[in-house]
Design a protein around this ligand. Structure first.
Ligand SMILES: [Zn+2]
Length: 227
């Protein structure tokens, strides 16, 4: 009898099927989930609803928290809010991951191995937003429904997917100071994740081949807003 841990099973499965299945690379962000595959192009899912759920309950709780010490009944309401928030997040993340797993069933889905805690910094505003992400939940649910692969997140955002130069990012458009590539920052990250998953080295030829089905590097090929 074979007893494999979750980690071992995932790696074994991913290595074995690598030759038959292509990779779908996903860049997880606060407002969007951006997917890339050379044949299908750049696919975007809107995640703003997820942020909105957290924000709504955050505000509801804030209004009541100052009164909680005086009125024991308020604690009950706060608990109810937390439960509702959790349920709404669970519904959304389940819908999203089921949709992706069904629609793109033939692919291995590559995600960055993100640790929310490591992404926190000195900015309260930045941290407030990061804490509202449900990246781990999305990746975990995807691992139940599909084959997944986890990629080292180092430089996937800052590296140029055409010439591998490391650039600083300002805003939505990634601009490479070495090769002058202009590309949406999330697409750049998703192409990098794809290349890391396939162990491809960035080059002008590779980039041209991978993005030949993408007409505009600044606008998603498909935006999925049904969720
Ligand atoms: Zn470049």
């Amino acid at each position: 009898m074979f007893l494999l841990s979750f980690q071992q099973t995932r790696i074994t499965v991913a290595t074995y099927v690598e030759h038959f299945q292509d990779i779908f690379a996903w860049d997880l962000n606060i407002g969007t989930l951006d997917g890339f595959n050379p044949e299908l192009g750049w696919i975007r899912y809107d995640l703003r609803k997820l942020y909105h759920i957290h924000r709504t309950y955050e505000l509801k709780r804030k209004r009541l928290q100052s009164l909680a010490s005086k009125k024991p009944s308020i604690k009950k309401i706060l608990k109810k809010y937390s439960m509702r928030e959790r349920n709404e997040v669970r519904d959304f993340t389940h819908k999203l991951t089921t949709e992706i797993s069904k629609k793109y069933a033939d692919y291995i889905h590559a995600f960055e191995d993100l640790h929310k805690e490591a992404m926190l910094n000195d900015s309260r505003e930045h941290n407030r937003i990061i804490k509202k992400s449900n990246w781990k939940t999305i990746v975990k649910l995807m691992s139940y429904k599909s084959s997944i692969m986890l990629i080292d997140p180092r430089n996937t955002t800052k590296r140029c997917s055409r010439c591998s130069e490391i650039n600083n990012i300002n805003g939505e458009i990634y601009e490479c100071k070495k090769c002058s590539l202009k590309i949406n920052r999330h697409l750049n990250a998703a192409v990098n994740i794809y290349m890391d998953a396939k162990r491809l080295k960035p080059s002008i030829e590779t980039f041209r081949e991978l993005t030949k089905n993408i007409k505009n590097l600044l606008e998603p090929t498909i935006i999925d807003v049904k969720l």
